[in-house]
Design a protein around this ligand. Sequence first.
Ligand SMILES: Cc1cc2nc3c(=O)[nH]c(=O)nc-3n(C[C@H](O)[C@H](O)[C@H](O)COP(=O)(O)O)c2cc1C
Length: 337
Amino acid sequence: MDWHTLKAQAREKFRGACRVCPICNGVACAGEVPGMGGLGSGAAFRNNVEALAGFRLNLRTIHNVHTPKLSCRILGLDLSLPVIAAAIGGIAMNMNGAMTEEEYAAAIVAGCRQAGTIGMTGDGPKPEVFEAGLKAMAAGLGPAIPIIKPRDVDKIVELAQRAAAAGAPAFGIDIDAAALINMTNAGQKVGPKTKDELAYIKQHTSIPFIVKGIMTPDEAEACCAAGVDAIVVSNHGGRALDHTPGTAQVLPYIAETVKGRITILVDGGIRSGADILKMLALGADAVLIGRPLAIGAVGGGADGVATVLNKFAGELRAAMVLTGTADVAAVKEDILW
Ligand SMILES: Cc1cc2nc3c(=O)[nH]c(=O)nc-3n(C[C@H](O)[C@H](O)[C@H](O)COP(=O)(O)O)c2cc1C
Protein backbone atom coordinates (compact mmCIF):
# COMPACT_ATOMS: atom_id res chain seq x y z
CA MET A 1 0.00 0.00 0.00
CA ASP A 2 1.40 3.40 -0.89
CA TRP A 3 1.33 6.48 1.35
CA HIS A 4 -1.04 8.46 -0.92
CA THR A 5 -3.68 5.69 -1.07
CA LEU A 6 -3.33 5.24 2.67
CA LYS A 7 -3.92 8.95 3.30
CA ALA A 8 -6.95 9.05 0.98
CA GLN A 9 -8.50 6.04 2.73
CA ALA A 10 -7.79 7.50 6.16
CA ARG A 11 -9.30 10.87 5.20
CA GLU A 12 -12.53 9.14 4.21
CA LYS A 13 -12.75 7.02 7.36
CA PHE A 14 -11.95 9.87 9.76
CA ARG A 15 -15.00 11.78 8.44
CA GLY A 16 -13.47 15.11 9.45
CA ALA A 17 -11.96 14.08 12.80
CA CYS A 18 -8.56 14.35 11.07
CA ARG A 19 -8.25 16.14 7.72
CA VAL A 20 -5.03 14.23 6.92
CA CYS A 21 -3.41 17.52 5.91
CA PRO A 22 -0.38 17.69 3.59
CA ILE A 23 1.62 18.79 6.66
CA CYS A 24 0.32 17.50 10.01
CA ASN A 25 1.09 20.62 12.07
CA GLY A 26 -1.94 21.27 14.28
CA VAL A 27 -3.19 24.30 12.37
CA ALA A 28 -6.45 22.95 10.88
CA CYS A 29 -7.37 21.00 14.02
CA ALA A 30 -6.39 23.64 16.64
CA GLY A 31 -8.52 23.23 19.76
CA GLU A 32 -10.04 19.93 18.63
CA VAL A 33 -9.80 17.86 21.80
CA PRO A 34 -11.71 15.52 21.70
CA GLY A 35 -10.46 15.05 18.19
CA MET A 36 -6.93 14.82 16.83
CA GLY A 37 -5.79 18.38 17.52
CA GLY A 38 -3.95 20.28 20.21
CA LEU A 39 -5.64 21.68 23.29
CA GLY A 40 -6.91 25.28 23.51
CA SER A 41 -5.16 27.53 21.02
CA GLY A 42 -3.30 24.51 19.65
CA ALA A 43 0.01 26.32 20.26
CA ALA A 44 1.72 23.41 22.02
CA PHE A 45 1.07 21.08 19.05
CA ARG A 46 2.23 23.74 16.57
CA ASN A 47 5.31 24.47 18.71
CA ASN A 48 6.37 20.83 18.38
CA VAL A 49 6.33 20.96 14.58
CA GLU A 50 7.84 24.46 14.40
CA ALA A 51 10.65 23.63 16.84
CA LEU A 52 11.73 20.70 14.71
CA ALA A 53 11.49 22.75 11.53
CA GLY A 54 13.79 25.31 13.18
CA PHE A 55 16.69 22.86 13.21
CA ARG A 56 18.59 22.39 9.93
CA LEU A 57 20.76 19.50 8.83
CA ASN A 58 24.29 19.77 7.43
CA LEU A 59 24.53 17.92 4.11
CA ARG A 60 27.77 15.89 4.00
CA THR A 61 28.65 13.34 1.31
CA ILE A 62 32.45 13.03 1.41
CA HIS A 63 32.64 9.92 3.60
CA ASN A 64 32.12 6.17 3.38
CA VAL A 65 28.71 5.68 5.03
CA HIS A 66 26.81 3.58 2.46
CA THR A 67 24.63 1.37 4.67
CA PRO A 68 23.87 3.09 7.97
CA LYS A 69 22.75 1.04 10.95
CA LEU A 70 19.13 1.81 11.91
CA SER A 71 18.63 -1.02 14.38
CA CYS A 72 19.09 -0.36 18.07
CA ARG A 73 18.54 -1.78 21.53
CA ILE A 74 16.12 0.19 23.73
CA LEU A 75 15.09 -1.03 27.22
CA GLY A 76 16.42 -4.47 26.35
CA LEU A 77 14.36 -4.63 23.13
CA ASP A 78 15.92 -5.08 19.69
CA LEU A 79 14.22 -2.65 17.32
CA SER A 80 14.69 -2.40 13.53
CA LEU A 81 14.59 1.40 13.77
CA PRO A 82 14.62 3.88 16.68
CA VAL A 83 10.86 4.45 16.47
CA ILE A 84 8.11 3.28 18.82
CA ALA A 85 4.39 3.91 18.18
CA ALA A 86 3.03 6.41 20.71
CA ALA A 87 0.05 5.45 22.88
CA ILE A 88 -3.25 6.69 21.49
CA GLY A 89 -6.51 6.00 23.30
CA GLY A 90 -10.12 7.13 23.18
CA ILE A 91 -10.39 6.09 19.55
CA ALA A 92 -14.20 6.27 19.22
CA MET A 93 -14.28 9.75 20.78
CA ASN A 94 -11.18 11.21 19.11
CA MET A 95 -11.45 9.60 15.68
CA ASN A 96 -15.17 9.84 15.01
CA GLY A 97 -15.62 6.09 15.40
CA ALA A 98 -13.19 5.33 12.55
CA MET A 99 -12.10 2.21 14.46
CA THR A 100 -12.90 0.53 17.75
CA GLU A 101 -10.43 0.64 20.62
CA GLU A 102 -9.60 -3.02 20.02
CA GLU A 103 -9.14 -2.65 16.26
CA TYR A 104 -6.78 0.29 16.82
CA ALA A 105 -4.61 -1.48 19.40
CA ALA A 106 -4.50 -4.59 17.19
CA ALA A 107 -3.40 -2.54 14.14
CA ILE A 108 -0.66 -0.76 16.10
CA VAL A 109 0.68 -3.87 17.84
CA ALA A 110 0.65 -6.06 14.69
CA GLY A 111 1.87 -3.27 12.37
CA CYS A 112 4.78 -2.44 14.64
CA ARG A 113 5.78 -6.08 14.87
CA GLN A 114 5.59 -6.36 11.08
CA ALA A 115 8.04 -3.45 10.79
CA GLY A 116 10.34 -4.85 13.51
CA THR A 117 9.49 -2.45 16.27
CA ILE A 118 6.94 -2.08 19.09
CA GLY A 119 3.94 0.07 19.95
CA MET A 120 2.55 1.61 23.09
CA THR A 121 -1.13 1.23 23.96
CA GLY A 122 -3.34 3.59 25.94
CA ASP A 123 -5.55 3.88 28.98
CA GLY A 124 -8.69 5.90 29.62
CA PRO A 125 -11.84 6.30 31.65
CA LYS A 126 -13.43 3.24 30.05
CA PRO A 127 -11.71 -0.06 30.96
CA GLU A 128 -11.86 -1.13 27.29
CA VAL A 129 -9.03 1.29 26.45
CA PHE A 130 -6.45 -0.39 28.71
CA GLU A 131 -7.89 -3.86 28.00
CA ALA A 132 -7.46 -3.37 24.22
CA GLY A 133 -3.67 -3.44 24.59
CA LEU A 134 -3.74 -6.59 26.71
CA LYS A 135 -6.15 -8.26 24.27
CA ALA A 136 -3.84 -7.56 21.33
CA MET A 137 -1.03 -9.30 23.22
CA ALA A 138 -3.31 -12.21 24.25
CA ALA A 139 -4.30 -12.64 20.59
CA GLY A 140 -0.61 -13.19 19.78
CA LEU A 141 -0.30 -10.05 17.62
CA GLY A 142 2.91 -9.02 19.35
CA PRO A 143 4.18 -7.32 22.48
CA ALA A 144 2.96 -3.89 23.56
CA ILE A 145 3.99 -1.25 26.09
CA PRO A 146 0.85 -0.14 27.97
CA ILE A 147 0.87 3.47 29.17
CA ILE A 148 -1.28 3.82 32.28
CA LYS A 149 -2.96 7.06 33.35
CA PRO A 150 -1.47 8.67 36.51
CA ARG A 151 -4.04 6.99 38.77
CA ASP A 152 -3.46 6.18 42.45
CA VAL A 153 -0.13 4.39 42.82
CA ASP A 154 -1.58 1.06 43.93
CA LYS A 155 -3.90 1.04 40.91
CA ILE A 156 -0.92 1.77 38.64
CA VAL A 157 0.99 -1.11 40.24
CA GLU A 158 -2.00 -3.44 39.78
CA LEU A 159 -2.38 -2.55 36.07
CA ALA A 160 1.40 -2.76 35.50
CA GLN A 161 1.45 -6.24 36.99
CA ARG A 162 -1.42 -7.26 34.70
CA ALA A 163 0.52 -5.85 31.75
CA ALA A 164 3.63 -7.83 32.74
CA ALA A 165 1.58 -11.02 33.09
CA ALA A 166 0.14 -10.42 29.60
CA GLY A 167 3.67 -10.25 28.15
CA ALA A 168 4.43 -6.54 28.10
CA PRO A 169 8.21 -5.97 28.10
CA ALA A 170 7.77 -2.53 29.76
CA PHE A 171 5.02 -0.21 30.96
CA GLY A 172 4.68 3.49 31.62
CA ILE A 173 2.55 6.27 32.97
CA ASP A 174 1.60 9.42 31.05
CA ILE A 175 2.22 11.65 34.05
CA ASP A 176 1.23 14.72 32.01
CA ALA A 177 -2.38 13.44 32.06
CA ALA A 178 -2.46 14.57 35.72
CA ALA A 179 -5.38 16.92 35.05
CA LEU A 180 -7.07 15.05 32.21
CA ILE A 181 -10.64 16.25 32.11
CA ASN A 182 -12.19 13.08 30.66
CA MET A 183 -10.76 11.05 33.55
CA THR A 184 -11.95 13.44 36.27
CA ASN A 185 -15.37 13.85 34.60
CA ALA A 186 -15.74 10.06 34.73
CA GLY A 187 -14.92 10.09 38.46
CA GLN A 188 -11.51 8.49 37.96
CA LYS A 189 -8.83 10.14 40.00
CA VAL A 190 -5.62 11.14 38.29
CA GLY A 191 -2.98 13.50 39.59
CA PRO A 192 0.67 14.46 39.84
CA LYS A 193 3.08 12.10 41.54
CA THR A 194 5.93 12.79 43.95
CA LYS A 195 9.42 11.41 43.45
CA ASP A 196 8.72 8.96 46.31
CA GLU A 197 5.55 7.76 44.59
CA LEU A 198 7.50 7.12 41.38
CA ALA A 199 10.08 5.19 43.41
CA TYR A 200 7.23 3.19 45.02
CA ILE A 201 5.85 2.23 41.59
CA LYS A 202 9.34 1.18 40.45
CA GLN A 203 9.92 -0.90 43.58
CA HIS A 204 6.59 -2.74 43.27
CA THR A 205 6.79 -3.65 39.57
CA SER A 206 8.98 -6.07 37.66
CA ILE A 207 9.34 -4.67 34.11
CA PRO A 208 11.03 -1.42 32.95
CA PHE A 209 9.11 1.71 34.00
CA ILE A 210 8.70 4.67 31.62
CA VAL A 211 7.52 8.14 32.67
CA LYS A 212 5.95 9.93 29.69
CA GLY A 213 5.44 13.68 29.75
CA ILE A 214 8.72 15.16 31.03
CA MET A 215 9.49 18.69 29.80
CA THR A 216 12.14 20.03 32.23
CA PRO A 217 15.64 18.93 33.32
CA ASP A 218 14.71 18.95 37.05
CA GLU A 219 11.88 16.47 36.47
CA ALA A 220 14.16 14.28 34.34
CA GLU A 221 16.60 14.35 37.26
CA ALA A 222 13.78 13.38 39.66
CA CYS A 223 12.97 10.36 37.44
CA CYS A 224 16.64 9.28 37.63
CA ALA A 225 16.57 9.59 41.41
CA ALA A 226 13.36 7.52 41.60
CA GLY A 227 14.96 4.69 39.61
CA VAL A 228 12.73 5.16 36.54
CA ASP A 229 14.12 3.34 33.47
CA ALA A 230 13.09 5.76 30.71
CA ILE A 231 11.51 9.15 30.21
CA VAL A 232 9.52 10.41 27.25
CA VAL A 233 10.15 14.09 26.63
CA SER A 234 6.61 14.92 25.59
CA ASN A 235 3.82 17.46 25.89
CA HIS A 236 1.25 14.79 24.95
CA GLY A 237 1.16 16.03 21.37
CA GLY A 238 0.01 19.42 22.69
CA ARG A 239 -3.01 17.93 24.41
CA ALA A 240 -2.12 18.39 28.10
CA LEU A 241 -1.24 22.09 28.63
CA ASP A 242 -1.54 24.90 26.09
CA HIS A 243 1.56 27.03 25.34
CA THR A 244 4.22 24.52 26.29
CA PRO A 245 7.39 24.78 24.19
CA GLY A 246 8.15 22.33 21.41
CA THR A 247 9.80 19.13 22.64
CA ALA A 248 12.79 19.67 20.32
CA GLN A 249 13.43 22.95 22.17
CA VAL A 250 13.63 21.39 25.64
CA LEU A 251 15.24 18.06 24.68
CA PRO A 252 18.89 19.30 24.53
CA TYR A 253 18.67 20.72 28.07
CA ILE A 254 17.18 17.48 29.39
CA ALA A 255 19.78 15.39 27.55
CA GLU A 256 22.59 17.56 28.92
CA THR A 257 21.35 16.74 32.44
CA VAL A 258 20.52 13.00 32.30
CA LYS A 259 21.96 11.48 29.09
CA GLY A 260 23.52 8.08 29.77
CA ARG A 261 21.78 7.67 33.14
CA ILE A 262 18.27 6.98 31.85
CA THR A 263 16.83 6.09 28.44
CA ILE A 264 15.61 9.26 26.70
CA LEU A 265 12.63 8.98 24.37
CA VAL A 266 10.90 11.97 22.78
CA ASP A 267 7.75 12.66 20.79
CA GLY A 268 5.82 15.55 19.29
CA GLY A 269 5.60 16.64 15.67
CA ILE A 270 7.98 14.05 14.21
CA ARG A 271 6.86 13.74 10.60
CA SER A 272 9.83 12.36 8.64
CA GLY A 273 13.06 10.41 8.82
CA ALA A 274 14.93 13.74 8.92
CA ASP A 275 12.90 14.72 12.01
CA ILE A 276 13.84 11.42 13.69
CA LEU A 277 17.53 12.10 12.96
CA LYS A 278 17.24 15.64 14.37
CA MET A 279 15.78 14.30 17.64
CA LEU A 280 18.62 11.77 17.92
CA ALA A 281 21.14 14.57 17.34
CA LEU A 282 19.43 16.61 20.07
CA GLY A 283 19.96 13.80 22.57
CA ALA A 284 17.16 11.20 22.24
CA ASP A 285 17.90 7.47 22.21
CA ALA A 286 14.72 6.79 20.20
CA VAL A 287 11.47 8.55 19.29
CA LEU A 288 7.73 7.98 19.54
CA ILE A 289 5.38 8.85 16.71
CA GLY A 290 1.66 9.47 17.22
CA ARG A 291 -0.64 10.99 14.59
CA PRO A 292 1.13 9.72 11.41
CA LEU A 293 0.76 6.15 12.70
CA ALA A 294 -2.89 6.83 13.57
CA ILE A 295 -3.34 7.80 9.91
CA GLY A 296 -1.65 4.51 8.96
CA ALA A 297 -3.89 2.47 11.28
CA VAL A 298 -7.12 4.12 10.15
CA GLY A 299 -6.13 4.09 6.47
CA GLY A 300 -4.81 0.55 6.27
CA GLY A 301 -4.87 -1.32 9.61
CA ALA A 302 -1.69 -3.22 10.53
CA ASP A 303 -0.37 -3.00 6.95
CA GLY A 304 -0.94 0.74 7.02
CA VAL A 305 1.05 1.10 10.25
CA ALA A 306 3.90 -0.97 8.79
CA THR A 307 3.79 1.11 5.58
CA VAL A 308 4.23 4.35 7.52
CA LEU A 309 7.05 2.88 9.64
CA ASN A 310 8.83 1.57 6.51
CA LYS A 311 8.48 5.01 4.91
CA PHE A 312 10.13 6.58 7.98
CA ALA A 313 12.90 3.94 7.87
CA GLY A 314 13.64 4.74 4.21
CA GLU A 315 13.75 8.48 4.89
CA LEU A 316 15.94 7.99 7.97
CA ARG A 317 18.37 5.83 5.99
CA ALA A 318 18.68 8.50 3.29
CA ALA A 319 19.10 11.28 5.87
CA MET A 320 21.86 9.28 7.58
CA VAL A 321 23.75 8.74 4.32
CA LEU A 322 23.40 12.43 3.48
CA THR A 323 24.72 13.55 6.89
CA GLY A 324 27.46 10.90 7.16
CA THR A 325 25.81 9.20 10.14
CA ALA A 326 26.76 5.53 10.40
CA ASP A 327 24.76 4.40 13.44
CA VAL A 328 21.57 5.63 15.15
CA ALA A 329 23.26 4.93 18.49
CA ALA A 330 26.02 7.46 17.74
CA VAL A 331 24.45 10.49 16.10
CA LYS A 332 26.73 13.52 16.30
CA GLU A 333 25.44 16.95 17.26
CA ASP A 334 27.45 18.50 14.40
CA ILE A 335 25.00 17.11 11.82
CA LEU A 336 22.83 20.06 12.93
CA TRP A 337 23.57 23.34 11.19
C1 LIG B 1 -6.07 11.29 19.76
C2 LIG B 1 -4.91 11.13 20.69
C3 LIG B 1 -5.04 10.32 21.81
C4 LIG B 1 -3.96 10.15 22.66
N1 LIG B 1 -4.09 9.29 23.73
C5 LIG B 1 -3.01 9.07 24.53
C6 LIG B 1 -3.09 8.11 25.60
O1 LIG B 1 -4.09 7.44 25.83
N2 LIG B 1 -1.97 7.95 26.36
C7 LIG B 1 -0.82 8.64 26.14
O2 LIG B 1 0.17 8.45 26.84
N3 LIG B 1 -0.74 9.55 25.16
C8 LIG B 1 -1.79 9.76 24.34
N4 LIG B 1 -1.68 10.66 23.30
C9 LIG B 1 -0.39 11.35 23.07
C10 LIG B 1 0.57 10.51 22.21
O3 LIG B 1 1.01 9.37 22.90
C11 LIG B 1 1.83 11.29 21.81
O4 LIG B 1 2.43 11.84 22.95
C12 LIG B 1 1.58 12.39 20.78
O5 LIG B 1 0.57 12.02 19.87
C13 LIG B 1 2.88 12.67 20.02
O6 LIG B 1 2.75 13.69 19.13
P1 LIG B 1 2.49 13.48 17.55
O7 LIG B 1 1.08 12.99 17.41
O8 LIG B 1 2.65 14.86 17.01
O9 LIG B 1 3.49 12.50 17.02
C14 LIG B 1 -2.74 10.83 22.42
C15 LIG B 1 -2.63 11.64 21.28
C16 LIG B 1 -3.68 11.79 20.41
C17 LIG B 1 -3.50 12.64 19.18
